[in-house]
Design a protein around this ligand. Sequence first.
Ligand code: SAM
Length: 580
Amino acid sequence: MTTPLSTIYMTQEQDNDLRATIHKRRQQRNEVQDRQREPKHAKSLVSQATAAALLADMANATGGQENNERMPAMEVGRNEKVLEFSRKMVIKEPYFTLSDSAEPTLRVDHPSDLGIEPFDVGRDKGVECAEKYKTKGNIALRQGDLADAYSCYTQGLGIALKSVGNDGETHGLASDIHRNRSHVNLLLGRFDEALADALSSVTQKTSDKARALDAKAYFRAGCAAYRLEDWHKAKKYFSFQQQLAPDDRDAKVHQRKTEIRLREQAGAGYRFEKLKTSLSRSHPRVDAATYTGSTAIAKTTSHGQGLFATNDIAKGDIVLCEKAFCIVWAHEEAAWTTMTLDARDERIRAFPAGLAKALVQKLRNNSSQVEKVQALFSDHKGLDQLVMSDGEPVIDTFQIHDIICRNAFSPGAQFGEEDVRRASAGLWIRASYMNHSCVPNTEREFIGDLMVVRASRDVKAGDEITHIYDDSNDLEKRAESLMRTWGFVCECPRCLAEREDGKVLRDQRRVLEDRANALIERESPVGASRLVVRKAENLAKAIEGTYDAKRYEGLPRPALMNLERWLVAARPPKSKSRDI
Ligand SMILES: C[S@@+](CC[C@H](N)C(=O)[O-])C[C@H]1O[C@@H](n2cnc3c(N)ncnc32)[C@H](O)[C@@H]1O
């Protein structure tokens, strides 16, 4: 990435302040940790516990607050209320604890530790009960309460499915609920289940009504597959929809869109200009497929896995185009940076916590996507296969933290100013396999969340595809950043040559480069006087002189690049030079 995502440079004073705060917090937490907690058994709470009562109870038990004072609803991140007071919560192995600022807190270690008491629809049994849940779900959906709608449909479905086979009516009811829940799942971003629900709802009956409902189900299946970027499946389901509802315009539009995605996936047909014009602050994500190009993931000799060219790629050609797996833009509500102190090396780093949250949520919602993220490089090994618990994938958030630190990219400030506190960050899975080189063979640009990687020189089949993680010309700064953010020492030919130069020569080159940059900034190349051009030429010669011809054979001379560009623009064409 051009700007390392998780490296922040602070003054010594800021660093000390932050460390002091963290150590104070740790101490406070250690002090309160030994205080007696009030463990309570779940059963003693559940019977009468609404969230409000539970929280008030907790406040009394731990904080000694007044009876009428209620704890605020549990906070996650920034004042985000996740417990609703209208619902009954059940907490497995509940216990109260004190936060690091000694506030009474309810501790839940995993989302599956928190259950929501089912809605009660009265004494009805069987089909009537399922019907009531369906109606309640429909009302919740109309009111935009997706969580309640989901919960009602799920309960209704559980009952309806048990009655399948007894009579056709009940089967129809299960289909209806599956179809409705598929819609809710699409809205909730739960695409795996949306797809499964949609397909389960298909009746294959031949009445007009049944065909219309099946068309709707296939539409939802197509949309879910589209969002999972499974274009072949999406095309199949949209075509089933079209067969059942030939006049449906939506089906045609989606079918056409999916065909465009398939062409993009095959590498024939990105319309970059159109994609650029489709972007805005409110629509910062492109509707496009990923093209993995002539690339394959394989083991490198010394730095884990890498990306390799499977064909020759000419300079300027596309190596790969990848849509972000998950991205949070700086201007979005979800953007949020935290400072983390890594216990492994005691370093403080800025971390895109908003991206971590969005990624964990996406994975929890779609277990089919978990393993390809877990397979990405991280120091904290975590889980290497999908583990399910209570129907949900287990996500090791420490592993996700590490994966983000090592693999996330910054797509640049495409929609306004950014700073370290609110910076755009995303995860591109295929591109994550590209290792670093200070003499890379690719360069990249972003169109919204589409990363376009092109060859910056000719690449031969079998070559490793690399990009530059930190493009500083200063060896020390670059090495520090590569170690701090990605944990390795670069052994590329450029680093070896610069190390061999020694500090004195490198410093000398840097002074000359600074002078060259100052000249470039001061003087426009257009109409520059001969004196200034001569000065620039002398500087270029001096910089060139710091590069040992043998040591730098075949290597770029980055300290010269800006000045050379300036000289090309400044040197007057031959016809004019006669006039001077
Ligand atoms: C984004 S991942 C690259 C893919 C990774 N090699 C893998 O096995 O999946 C970044 C990590 O790869 C390793 N890496 C990348 N470039 C390297 C290089 N030039 N030399 C040594 N290790 C490198 C470092 O461990 C770094 O943290």
